[in-house]
Design a protein around this ligand. Structure first.
Ligand SMILES: C[S@@+](CC[C@H](N)C(=O)[O-])C[C@H]1O[C@@H](n2cnc3c(N)ncnc32)[C@H](O)[C@@H]1O
Ligand code: SF4
Length: 365
């Protein structure tokens, strides 16, 4: 038995108004001129794949999907596979979310808006290379709240240079979002932030994340995944399926798919993506078929991300007998009632715990 939910469709929109100093996502500032071609390519890519399996959730992520204008948003939804989606998420940035776009999103049937705030401090935002102010973020949130009966989610990063995270968190919670994602800063090699010599303070980072967990819970949002908190009923169904190792179809540059036992990823080169799709070729960069212990391990490490944990079965317990015992001994995981969960300590050392489930499966001691 698995924890997977209904299948999802992910669509990647790789356009941005600029490049943030910490960002390693596939995104291309200054390429807005390619948007019309890209929207046509998304439709063509879906056709190239042949009949798609039934999907129940749709997630438009980026990059910055709100770089599309209102008419382009309408065109995007018209070109995507039509379905009766139970949840439609759209990621938006404060610098581009306006009334016209919100109206287009409402007409398109969007049910969740995920707003990238990262911080609510102008100095921190500027140093991180963001192109909006804290006030613009608040305005975007208020417009979004007034603009539709949707679930509103905010993203914050914890550990940005010069950040008082406690203040950022209080400012974000004051807006009463339905869902909050808090990501510890990942310093990616080659990004301007990494090259600047900035060194994250790991002890402080952990202290801040501990504080976040307690303060967000006190605000009535349940901690349901390592980085995610939601009011009851506002969890991301799309992502719950992902953490349940469920199937999803990805469309667009760099989009990943998991279907019929195969994990694949499209090329992250925008020009190549467009050229291949336009010449009738599927824009695949890689694909692999996990099997045996590797496949089980993937289910374990994805499932442990959820606070509700992972449903255990005899195969999963038996194949990783030594690993489960080792993780329990180290205080990172507990097993109870047929489920395995990360402990509070395990939440902060999750990557260490997850490494037990990745080949060559060496038990740490
Ligand atoms: C797909 S990204 C981009 C969303 C949107 N374009 C934005 O910038 O607000 C989704 C989220 O990942 C997080 N993120 C991106 N880069 C990160 C990094 N280096 N470390 C931690 N979190 C990061 C941010 O919170 C961001 O909102
Ligand atoms: S963080 Fe978001 S807005 Fe900034 S470059 Fe990355 S995808 Fe674009």
């Amino acid at each position: 038995m698995s924890d997977a939910g209904p299948r999802g469709l992910y669509v990647h929109i790789p356009f941005c108004s600029g490049k943030c100093a910490y960002c390693d996502f596939t995104s291309f500032p200054g390429r807005a001129g390619d948007i019309p071609r890209y929207l046509a390519a998304l439709e063509a890519e879906a056709a190239l794949r042949g009949p798609l399996p039934a999907v129940e959730t749709l997630y438009i992520g980026g990059g910055t999907p709100s770089e599309l204008g209102a008419a382009q948003i309408a065109e995007l939804f018209a070109r995507l596979p039509q379905g009766r989606y139970a949840e439609v998420t759209f990621e938006a940035n404060p610098e581009s979310l306006d009334r016209d776009r919100l109206a287009a999103l409402r007409r398109a049937g969007v049910t969740r808006l995920s707003l990238g705030f990262q911080s609510l401090d102008d100095t921190v935002l500027r140093r991180a290379g963001r192109r909006h102010s804290a006030e613009a973020a608040r305005t975007a949130f208020r417009l979004a709240r007034a603009g539709g009966d949707w679930s509103l989610s905010l993203d914050l990063i914890c550990g940005l240079p010069g950040q008082d995270f406690s203040r950022d968190l209080a400012a974000a919670l004051a807006l009463a979002p339905d869902h909050l994602s808090v990501y510890g800063l990942d310093l990616h090699e080659g990004t301007p932030l990494a090259r600047s010599g900035f060194v994250p303070d790991e002890d402080r980072g952990r202290e801040m994340l501990e504080l976040a967990i307690d303060r967000i819970a006190a605000a009535g949002l349940e901690h349901y995944e390592i980085s995610n908190f939601a009011k009851p009923g506002h969890e991301s169904r799309h992502n719950l399926n992902y953490w349940g190792a469920g199937e999803y179809v990805g469309l667009g540059c760099a989009a990943a798919s998991h279907l019929d036992g195969e994990r694949s990823r499209n090329t992250a080169d925008l020009g190549e993506y467009l050229r291949q799709v336009e010449s009738g070729v599927r824009p695949l960069a890689e694909s692999e078929r996990l099997s045996g212990k590797a496949k089980l391990g993937e289910r374990a490490l994805l499932g442990l991300r959820r606070l509700a944990g992972l449903r255990l079965d005899p195969v999963l317990e038996g194949e990783f007998r030594a690993e489960w015992l080792d993780l329990e001994r180290r205080g990172l995981v507990t097993r109870h009632g047929g489920r395995a969960r990360l402990t509070r300590e395990g939440l902060f050392l999750a990557n260490e715990a997850f490494s037990s489930f990745v080949a060559p499966f060496e038990v740490n001691s």
